[in-house]
Design a protein around this ligand. Structure first.
Ligand code: C5P
Length: 223
């Protein structure tokens, strides 16, 4: 199909976002960052003083924030109740709290519905979309035309996330990453997992450019 829908899942630090944006831009597809949506709802909850140790409190306000995602891969945007939160959702505070919020079934149901409607309009418009996340191939879009699961060694993932940092910082980053992935992989409701029909790409020894080329080739085979 021309309006191809591509699901790209995997843990943090595998180059998922960079790859997804570049592939979408190169092939003229729209792009949806589902992690940004979970970060946005987490940001709203932090801002509104919700007790994030209490899943019942989180569930009670799961539908309160209006989250809008801009789907241009060259300039993706995210707003909560009209406020641009692209910067604030990347803070250490939101990053450390997002797994607790995204584990709550009411939050997932609400965000999943949003994601399905965004992907459905991209398909209806004939544009097609790259959707990146943790459960896109398994749960959100089980009928996606192509499913990719990106992996990389914990060392490679931590090194990419920490960039120029050295020694203790890499170690701390690695520990935080491993903790978040463990939480995302072990939650009851649609955990991070590879779909049975996903193509696994181990990016440990690949450059970003090589990963992009690999995924572009796989998408072109589906068009
Ligand atoms: O991709 P990113 O690191 O921005 O995702 C932030 C968090 O959002 C993840 O750690 C996970 O808890 C949650 N998430 C999710 N399902 C998705 C995408 C992200 O639970 N499809």
């Amino acid at each position: 199909p021309a309006a191809v829908i591509v699901a790209i899942d995997g843990p943090s630090g595998t180059g998922k976002s960079s790859t997804s944006k570049a592939v979408a831009a190169q092939l003229g597809l729209s792009y949806l960052d589902t992690g940004a949506q979970y970060r946005a709802i987490t940001w709203w909850m932090v801002n509104n003083g919700i007790d994030l140790t209490d899943p019942t409190a989180i569930a009670a306000v799961a539908g309160k924030a209006e989250i809008l995602s801009g789907t241009d891969p060259a300039a993706p945007t995210i707003t909560v109740d009209g406020t641009d939160v692209a910067g604030p959702i990347r803070t250490g505070e939101v990053t450390s709290k997002v797994s607790a919020v995204s584990a709550v079934p009411e939050v997932r149901a609400r965000i999943t519905e949003l994601q399905r409607s965004i992907a459905a309009s991209a398909a209806a418009d004939g544009v097609g979309m790259v959707v990146e996340g943790r459960d896109i191939g398994t749960t959100v879009l089980p009928d996606a035309d192509l499913k990719i699961f990106l992996t990389a060694s914990p060392e490679a993932r931590a090194a990419r996330r920490s960039g120029e940092l050295k020694g203790a910082d890499v170690k701390a980053t690695q520990e935080a990453l491993i903790k978040r992935d463990a939480a995302d992989s072990s939650r009851k409701t649609s955990p991070l997992a590879k779909a049975g029909d996903a193509v696994e790409v181990d990016t440990t020894d690949l450059t970003l450019q090589q990963v992009i080329e690999c995924v572009v080739t796989l998408v072109e085979e589906k068009r």
